[in-house]
Every structure is written in C-alpha cells, then in structure tokens.
Design a binder for this molecule. Structure first.
Ligand SMILES: Nc1ncnc2c1ncn2[C@@H]1O[C@H](COP(=O)(O)OP(=O)(O)O)[C@@H](O)[C@H]1O
Ligand SMILES: [Mg+2]
Length: 327
C-alpha cells in the first residue's frame, strides 16, 4: 500500500520577539497510508494544529519534508492543495460567510476552487442530504448552530473531491448528536469513498472508534504510533489504585506530597473532590504491594475506600504522555 502522506523530520519554531522561541514541532516523522483513517492525539499546545497546517501548505516548516500523494509541499504546493481537503473545527465556522445561506456559501467556494458548477451542485446536494442539512441549506449561516457550521465546513473541504482529508478537531465543542453524525459521515467517506483521513482530537474514545492508527504527540514530539489495539495493550499495562480519603482537617497538598514520596507511586492521574471526600487515581507499579503501604502511610487520614481499579483510556494516555512508553 502506498503512502498518502509522508512527514519527514519536520521542525517548526515560532520566534516571539527577540529572544523567545517555541519549538512547536521537533523532528516529527510518520506516514499515513492510502485509505487509512489516522488520528493525531495530544494535549493542548502539543503541536497538532501546526502539523496539520504544514501538511496542508498553510505554514512553512523550518526544516524537514512533507510529501502528499508524492508531491512536495515546497515544490508542488498547488498539487498538494488539490489532493487535500482541510478544515478546522475550533474556529466555530468563522471561515464562512454569515450573511449568506449555507448553500450559497458552498456554491461560492466551489466557484473559487474552479469546480464545474453542475458537478459542484451534485456534490453539495449529496453531502447536505447525508448530513441532514438539506432542509436548512437555504437559511443564513448566522442562524446556524455550531454543529451545522462544522458540517458546512466539512462539505466545503470536499468540494474539489480531494483524496485526502485533514481535519483539525472536527468535533470539538459539538453537541452529541452532531458529533455522532459527523463521525458517521467520516467513516462513510473513509470506507465507501476510500478517502484517506488524518484528523486531530483530544477525544480518546472517538479516536479509538474511528482510527486504523493513532499517533500521540506531546510537546512537539511524536511519542507513540500504532493501532488502537496496540494502544489498548499499553492500557492494560497501566495499574491503577483508586483511593478515597476524608481529609480530617489536613490539606490536599500534604496528602499529595506524602503520596509522591512513596516509591511505588508513579503518578497521580486525577483527583475528584466530592463532599469532603477526595478520590485519587494513582498509577503504581504493583497495586498489591502498594495498597498495604498506602494504608500504613495514611493512618492519619480517614480512608473510605481503596482498591485496584482498571485504568480509563484517558489515564493510559496520561501515562504514555508521562514518558513510560517511549520506545
Ligand atoms: N503563530 C504562532 N506564534 C507563536 N506560537 C505559536 C503559534 N502557533 C502555535 N504556537 C505555539 O506552538 C505550540 C503548538 O501549538 P498548536 O500547534 O496550536 O498545538 P495544538 O493544536 O496541539 O493545541 C504551542 O505552544 C503554541 O502556543
Ligand atoms: Mg490545535
């Protein structure tokens, strides 16, 4: 199978003022195969948007090379753009003309992109219908919900019939129904129309549902690439103790520093405060060894419950970000 996207040693530094700089991407390399559904997962500021913009020729990297359908972003940016449909969810549709109808927006962008008018009409109608937007197509975009605007942006990205879609957080901030509809649409585009899809998300469940492969990016570096199954295997290795404790007049900071001093405690994954009872989720090397140790250590606090617990996907992700699985 050929590669639709090849990213090689991409570095991007943003210079701010005279002496400050941010390394947004640090030697990033990976490939996306033709027809693959590929997810880029990472926390805020990890470099996801920068990376998708570089692949789509919207930003120029400091070094490295990107090939899209074999075309270099430097030598043949127009060919790259013809191959790609790009959209960003986070803007909430500010890239659209609010005083035009949804349909007129799409017709306008199709004309800009030089798509034959009849062909454009067929594509627009088909996609509007699939996304349940056909009834609202003639309303003004200013009266659209976020979900409707995102659907419109997605259709806009498809007008020139690109073989590759690059979607930056397409479902962020959407209501559940719109997010489900959009995921269904993306799956259809991938499975039925064989579109290669690279998309970014912080939503672990979504990424796991949709993707053939996932890359995790953190602080500008790719720290994991693999299938959902391989990621699951990492999840299974994460051992978590759930500790519910009443503070008894002591502070949370005292408890946290006391926990962090313990050898067997690797990381506190999350905590929740529920009417004076804190629940800490703690990554440990060996839960059976750690639980009695914790009980002794926390004799001055009132332990309400302590048990081995299965990690959530999110906790596994935090663990991978923590560096334990860098190969
Ligand atoms: N135009 C810019 N100027 C300066 N810094 C930027 C710019 N764009 C992004 N950054 C910085 O680069 C890093 C990566 O940002 P971004 O690619 O937007 O991450 P993500 O999409 O994963 O949240 C962040 O530290 C961000 O603040
Ligand atoms: Mg982003």
């Amino acid at each position: 199978m050929d590669n639709a996207i090849i990213v090689r040693d991409i570095t991007k530094v943003f210079r701010i003022g005279h002496n400050r700089q941010i390394v947004a991407l640090d030697n990033v390399s990976f490939e996306v195969k033709e027809g693959e559904f590929f997810g880029l997962l990472g926390p805020n500021g990890a470099g996801k948007t920068t990376l998708t913009k570089i692949i789509s020729t919207l930003l120029i990297p400091d070094s490295g090379e990107v090939l899209v359908n074999g075309y270099s972003i430097y030598k043949e940016p127009m060919k790259v753009r013809q191959s790609i449909g790009w959209m960003q969810g986070e803007t909430g549709g500010r890239a659209l003309y609010w005083r035009l109808s949804g349909y007129d927006n799409l017709k306008y962008f199709a004309t800009l992109q030089g798509v034959n008018s009849k062909v454009a009409e067929i594509r627009i109608k088909t996609f509007l219908k699939f996304l349940d937007l056909d009834k609202d197509a003639y309303r003004l975009v200013k009266d659209y919900s976020t979900g409707m605007k995102i659907k419109l942006l997605l259709i806009r990205a498809l007008l020139h019939n690109p073989s590759i879609l690059i979607l930056d957080e397409p479902t962020v901030g959407l209501d559940v129904a719109s997010a489900i509809k959009i995921r269904e649409f993306l799956r259809e585009l991938n499975e039925e129309l064989n579109k290669t899809i690279l998309f970014t998300s912080h939503n672990m469940t979504e990424v796991e549902q949709l993707c053939d492969r996932i890359a995790i990016i953190n602080k500008g570096k790719i720290i994991f690439v693999g299938s959902a199954r391989q990621m699951k295997e990492k999840v299974e290795k994460v051992k978590v103790v759930s500790l519910k404790v009443r503070m008894n007049g002591k502070t949370e900071n005292e408890l946290v520093s006391s926990l962090m001093k313990m050898n067997s405690v690797e990381k506190i994954l999350s905590k929740r405060n529920d009417e004076g009872i804190y629940e800490f989720r703690i990554a440990v090397r060996d839960p059976y060894e750690t639980i009695p140790e914790l009980v002794t250590k926390l004799k001055d606090w009132k332990i309400e419950a302590i048990e081995r617990s299965l990690p959530t996907l999110e906790e596994a992700f935090i663990r991978i970000l923590g560096g334990d699985y860098i190969e």
